[in-house]
Write a protein that binds this ligand. Structure first.
Ligand code: GLY
Length: 333
């Protein structure tokens, strides 16, 4: 097992990575936790034993469950069961489960402790770590949420054995992203070490900027185009596939801005290809629509905004010329 500490003062916690990590659940519950509300989805065939009396609470399946009505239903079910702040919520699943259960834990009784047991690669390297929780509105994704740090995160690699191929690809896109945030050769590492390396990078960024006042935005590397592709809704892409295209796009854009050289662009393509992820957008992608969507990204406070590689690593760059952003789309078309 590899343990990574997310260093946030009194809100610090461990992320444990390894096969069988979920077996540590009784040991990582907050001291004195009396009961556990285990939140999961019917489609997730991963069982945990919190070692204290517990009850299962099922969310609906898929991304559709990531809405405010799920939060209300969950809080009402917890209330009927009598959940209090002396108890603990255990979220077992992918990003939908940890985002919804984490947000409900943040607001129920003004905050109950939560332990995340991510069962997807994406959850392990991103969604379950760092305390961002929330749900979608019909108007957009993740528009309502809270920062609520978990008490611990258990990344049990055994859960990945049954992960559907497209889910796995989704996680690989996020994993690819970390190659460019650290500069380390993550491809040289075994899976457990690679997941732990990604967790370590995320933990360091979150510890430096918990509430995304600045640096944390670099975790959105590759995500501006990815979100636009996802919001357009016309393309059959998993999140990680969209991020992969977004990484290649961001590299080309950084090259046009003179921030990186051709070798760095080639390195982006090499890493994305090594994960067998797409380097290009699906045929027929509407470039005008994508630039318009990127301009409306909720991070775009000061014109078109991207996390872009440069001489000092990945940084947030605001006020990018829309014509340049449009022209760069040709490279991934
Ligand atoms: N997924 C980006 C972040 O946690 O900040």
């Amino acid at each position: 097992m590899i343990t990574v500490v997310v260093d946030l003062g009194e809100r610090s916690y461990d992320v444990v990575v390894g096969a069988g990590a979920a077996g540590l659940l009784p040991d990582v519950l907050p001291a004195g936790a009396k009961r556990a509300a285990v939140v999961t989805q019917g489609s997730i065939a991963f069982e945990v034993d919190p070692g204290v009396p517990h009850e299962r609470f099922l969310l609906g399946d898929g991304e559709a469950a990531k809405d405010l009505s799920s939060v209300e239903e969950l809080c009402r079910a917890w209330s009927r069961w009598g959940l209090t702040r002396a108890d603990v919520v255990v979220a077992v699943g992918g990003g939908v489960v940890t985002d919804v259960a984490g947000f409900a834990a943040a607001v129920y009784h003004r905050g109950v402790p939560v332990v995340h047991v991510p069962t997807t690669l994406l959850g392990m390297v991103d969604a379950a770590i760092g305390g961002k929780t929330g749900v979608n509105l019909p108007e957009g994704k993740n528009l309502v949420g809270a920062f609520w740090q978990p008490a611990a995160v258990l990344c049990d690699l055994d859960a990945l054995r049954t992960l559907p191929e497209r889910e796995r690809r989704s996680g690989l896109g996020e994993l690819a992203k970390y190659h460019f945030l650290s500069g380390d050769d993550l491809l040289a590492l075994e899976l457990d070490e690679r997941v732990a390396a990604a967790v370590r990078i995320k933990a360091e960024v979150v510890a430096a900027d918990e509430r995304e006042g600045g640096r944390r935005a670099i975790l959105n590397y590759g995500h501006t185009l990815a979100h636009a592709l996802e919001t357009a809704g016309a393309y059959d892409l998993r999140h990680g596939e969209a991020v992969a295209i977004g990484l290649v796009y961001a590299a080309g854009l950084a090259r046009r801005l003179g921030r990186i050289d051709d070798a760095a662009v080639a390195e982006h393509r090499r890493v994305v290809a090594a994960y067998d992820l797409p380097l290009r957008m699906p045929p027929g992608a509407d470039r005008d629509e994508l630039v318009a969507l990127m301009s409306r990204d909720k991070k775009a406070l000061d014109g078109l905004t991207f996390a872009l590689a440069g001489p000092d690593g990945v940084e947030v760059v605001a006020g990018v010329d829309p014509d340049l952003a449009h022209a760069s789309l040709e490279e991934v078309a």
